[in-house]
Design a protein around this ligand. Structure first.
Ligand SMILES: [Zn+2]
Length: 443
């Protein structure tokens, strides 16, 4: 018998097993030092290991933790402040508010609330973009989220009021900042806001830095038609063209949105090995457009899913995002076979992991990968009967079905409660911060 830290046994089924999304019925897995060491039928695994801790998951489905490939977690505190506006109206309103109220302490409180909302909803990894990245990282890591973030770049002072040289100084210090905060392993990342707000010279400078020091790049690109038009008016190129010319596209950036991308741009993105974070909730709510999921998939682009921030899509629910993504692809192609559920769950797990360059560590249930695991409680009317688990996850499941969550082998949610923080305290802090900004009636 092999000694292991943890045995999770008697799960009704394991889904998202291996690179080909296998399903194992009556399954179990064992974990040591945060890594999955055994996986298979419950009888087989149980007979091979001597666990320090056992968790009985009968009546549950186990899946890889969801990867939210584009969000702005601290914006939880700005939830619902910009309604009835398009992207440009949204940015105008939200940036003014961020410049007025958002400080490092508010950022940390917002990220903590966002990380709690995320983990309780089955998201174990989030690609976050926000000012005061160290404060955001601190807040998210406290709750146990695998939180990918890095310094944000604008060519102008922006809502955080930083000059370019101050942003570069933050970037120089970023590896030490990240190491000092700790938390589950994440790559170094840097985040130009978008080609339009950064400009060609600075994009090239950031691409050089990312190439030299091995940074992941995350940026917004072609979210709506007006952004494309404004970018052409300012620099004579569309966003994807600017990323290509700066040398950034070939560094496999994660492109948020990518709604208004033409056929040539699709080919460029696919050839470069870059990926797109599809955020259907935000794109629909801001009336930005419908992403061409099928065309992008056929072009060979790595696709992930994201919620975007809570002031454009108002929550961090990846189950809602999965259902929207599937339905939107079918509606726009008039094809009910488009975006099959297994592909959607793949995008929300392994696709996102691939986009982050982390597919060797997370994204599927597999021996050798880190134990980022979500348990779904199947004891609910909407899971009866259960034919295809992937269809059930996309079309029947909701975030309230998530009962238990592990990140790198640590149980961070047990029976729908965080093991790290007190829910009431996190919400009270957030309400108090918002009350301070807007008056008690809004807190
Ligand atoms: Zn965004």
């Amino acid at each position: 018998l092999t000694s292991v830290d943890l045995l999770i046994h008697d799960a009704e089924m394991l889904v998202g097993v291996g690179d080909d999304m296998q399903v194992v019925r009556q399954g179990a897995l064992a974990v040591t030092d945060g890594v999955i060491t055994h996986l298979g039928s419950s009888t087989d695994v149980s007979s091979q290991v001597e666990p320090a801790q056992r968790v009985d998951m009968s009546g549950h489905l186990l899946m890889p933790g969801l990867v939210n490939l584009h969000t702005h977690l601290p914006m939880t505190l700005l939830r619902g402040i910009a309604e009835g506006v398009d992207l440009q109206g949204f940015l105008e309103q939200v940036w003014a508010e961020e410049a007025r109220v958002m400080n490092p302490s508010g950022t940390q409180i917002g990220a903590r609330l966002g990380a709690l909302e995320s983990l309780l909803a089955g998201t174990t990894t989030a690609l976050d973009m926000y000012f005061h990245p160290a404060a955001a990282h601190q807040g998210a890591v406290e709750v146990g989220l695998r939180h990918v973030i890095g310094p944000v770049f604008f060519s102008f002072p922006g809502p955080d009021g930083l000059e370019w040289y101050e942003r570069m100084a933050l970037l120089e210090e970023w590896p030490a900042t990240l190491a000092a905060i700790g938390g589950p392993w994440v790559p170094l990342a840097l985040m130009p806001h978008c080609p339009l707000t950064v400009g060609p010279e600075y994009l090239t400078q950031l691409a050089d830095h990312a190439r030299t020091y091995g940074y992941l790049i995350h940026t917004h690109a072609s979210e709506n038609t007006a952004e494309n038009d404004d970018t052409v008016a300012a620099f004579g190129e569309r966003p994807i063209g600017m990323l290509q010319e700066s040398g950034m596209l070939s560094l496999r950036p994660v492109l948020a949105h990518g709604v208004r991308i033409d056929e040539d741009e699709r080919r460029l993105i696919a050839e470069a090995g870059a990926s797109v974070a599809h955020c259907p909730g935000s794109n629909l709510k801001l009336a930005s457009g419908a992403l061409d999921w099928v065309a992008k998939q056929e072009a060979g682009i790595t696709l992930g899913l994201g919620t975007d921030g809570c002031s454009s899509s108002n929550d961090l629910d990846m189950f809602a995002v999965m259902r929207l993504a599937s339905n939107l692809a079918r509606l726009t192609t008039h094809d009910p076979k488009a975006a099959p559920s297994v592909d959607i769950v793949h995008a929300a797990t392994l696709g996102g992991a691939r986009a982050l360059g982390m597919a060797d560590r997370i994204g599927s249930l597999q021996v050798g990968k880190e134990a980022d695991i979500v348990a779904i409680d199947l004891d609910a009317p909407h899971f009866v009967p259960l034919h295809d688990p992937y269809v059930a996850l996309v079309y029947s499941a909701g975030r309230a079905d998530v009962s238990d969550v592990w990140v790198a082998g640590e149980q961070v949610v047990a029976n729908r409660k965080s093991t790290r923080v007190d829910h009431g305290a996190v919400m009270d802090q957030a309400r108090a911060q918002v009350g301070e900004w807007y008056g008690a009636a809004h807190g």
